[in-house]
Design a protein around this ligand. Structure first.
Ligand code: URA
Length: 246
């Protein structure tokens, strides 16, 4: 079930409870006592739809709980589930679109040509990709033929990414490319308009800052975008320094 459908169902149950009170359903199913699942306190209507990974206390546990995911059709065609890699307590996250062929073969994000360029871009602003950042994607399984993930695939996978963000708690996120930016910001704006701005990003439980730049694969195709990308990542580094210095 998609997160948005789940939210609608939960809201609908709450609305019905509001109108009909305790007569509507048996009290032991829908009463609004707080219940504890893992460390999270959630209301019982939410508990009806709770999945075990939502209570994961760290990334490894979460990966183990979701790595066999078949919630969308990408699960059927992937070779490896690409959860993410890097420092689980990094102050910066980079988020791409979805695994390509190399990533699908190795189970790691950004390990192909675009990944090598990303590593170099990060180095240029004095970040080590293993120590200073955590890298993930909007979708965790390769779309066949490297097509853009479908909206339904992005929406189905988004709760996983949000939970990763809540566990990592980055001070800043860098979106790589328009798909990642539109997926996270739910905005149908152009990359040109989004670049250079600092956005607020809220998972519902954790709030952070977000910037947008070109996808490294786009830079490989259009080397003339390397200069504006360089300007973006310098701004990103400056924001990171400001937010981590206090
Ligand atoms: N492109 C992406 O968006 N993500 C990867 O992991 C690799 C290439």
């Amino acid at each position: 079930m998609s997160q948005s459908l789940k939210n609608k169902l939960i809201q609908s149950l709450k609305d019905q409870k509001e109108i009909f009170g305790d007569d509507l359903l048996e009290e032991n199913i829908i009463n609004y006592r707080r219940t504890e699942i893992g460390n999270n306190k959630i209301s019982e209507p939410e508990a009806l739809f709770h999945e075990e990974w939502e209570s994961a206390e760290n990334l490894e546990q979460m990966n183990n709980l979701i790595c066999n995911c078949q919630k969308c059709l990408l699960g059927a065609t992937r070779n490896k589930f690409v959860f993410g890699s890097g420092n689980p307590t990094a102050n910066a996250m980079c988020i791409g679109e979805g695994p390509g062929a190399d990533e699908d073969a190795q189970g790691l994000p950004f390990v192909g040509r675009a990944g090598k360029l990303l590593t170099d871009i990060l180095k240029a602003i004095d970040f080590s990709r293993d120590e200073d950042v955590y890298i993930a994607n909007i979708v965790k399984c390769r779309p066949p033929g490297n097509r853009t993930p479908l909206p339904v695939e992005m929406e189905t996978c988004m709760p996983y990414l949000k939970k990763q963000i809540e566990l990592i708690k980055p001070k800043v996120i860098l979106c790589l490319g328009l798909t990642a930016a539109q997926g996270l910001l739910k905005k149908r704006d152009s990359l040109t308009n989004m670049r250079g701005n600092v956005f607020d990003f809220d998972t519902g439980k954790f709030n952070t800052k977000l910037m947008v730049t070109y996808h490294p694969a786009a830079l490989l195709r259009n080397p003339n975008w390397k200069r504006p990308c360089w300007e973006d990542v310098q701004k990103f580094r400056k924001l990171y320094d400001e937010l981590t210095s206090s």
